[in-house]
Design a protein around this ligand. Structure first.
Ligand code: SAM
Length: 246
């Protein structure tokens, strides 16, 4: 049988793709992509010619049999999502699980993931972290999940849309307390920005803007770090906003 390659792609800057990913995307029989138009642009940038088949939230289950059949016939397939690592808050899990259950070889082609990229510059403990991804939209469920994290000692990692980020930060202060955190926005993109400080200070900084735009990942210190502010109050104003642009 063939191999399913789970290929990480850039989360912004198109240079963030490995030599191996480029080679594999060119070599496989077909590429299963979350959005064929989006991945088409990446392929064009690297002058890769290959067949794209859509595999997203709404058709992943239907596509599985077809992909397993092709893999069993010996075709190699690359799985990609729009950005970052497939199946991390992205489609892919169902296909990957089906392949592992059918004894098909599944190999990662490692690369970017917003959670790890942000964590690596957060300045928060990285020895243990809990990836929470997107919380449920329903307020009751979301608050229950947050409540269950109250005593978690690991650094917490949340994906959230820019439209809801202030609401999430406010809820976090309410349920977990005003802990140290970092908001990473637009990682590797033109308007890349990292806001570090206690959650209330991140809220203050965002509230002074007309709107918050771009993709956001939020990191929050674990429960036993909650009482140790990341920076002295005096130094906060100078270091809370650290915008990077290249
Ligand atoms: N598979 C992706 C990964 O490995 O990170 C995650 C895909 S998920 C649908 C999209 C979310 O990831 C965004 O809402 C945001 O929370 C986060 N994200 C993706 N790219 C980002 C970036 N360049 N900067 C900040 N957050 C990003």
């Amino acid at each position: 049988p063939g191999t399913l390659y789970v290929v990480a792609t850039p989360i912004g800057n198109l240079e963030d793709i490995t030599f191996r990913a480029v080679r594999i995307l060119g070599q496989v029989k077909v590429i299963a992509a979350e959005d064929t138009r989006h991945t088409g642009k990446l392929l064009a940038h690297y002058q890769i010619k290959n067949t794209l088949i859509s595999c997203h939230e709404h058709n992943e289950t239907r596509r599985i049999d077809e992909f397993i059949l092709r893999l069993n016939q010996g075709d190699d397939i690359a799985l990609v999502s729009d950005a970052g690592t497939p199946s991390v808050s992205d489609p892919g899990f169902e296909l990957i699980r089906a392949c592992t259950r059918s004894g098909i070889r599944v190999l990662p082609i490692p690369g970017p993931s917003a959670a790890i990229a942000g964590l690596s510059v957060s300045g928060l403990p990285t020895d243990a972290f809990l990836f929470q991804g997107f919380l449920p939209r329903k307020q009751g469920k979301r608050r229950d999940q947050l409540g269950a994290l109250a005593n978690e000692r690991a650094t917490l990692v949340f994906y959230e849309s820019p439209r809801r980020i202030i609401a999430l930060l406010t809820e976090l202060v309410d349920i977990l307390g005003d802990r140290p955190g970092m908001l990473a926005r637009e990682i590797t993109k033109i308007h890349e920005e990292y806001l570090r400080g206690n959650l209330s200070h991140i809220i203050e900084s965002l509230s002074s803007r007309a709107s918050v735009k771009g993709e956001c990942v939020l990191f929050v210190a674990g429960s036993d770090k909650a009482d140790s502010p990341m920076v002295s109050q005096e130094g906060l104003d100078e270091i809370i906003i650290e915008a990077l642009q290249d």
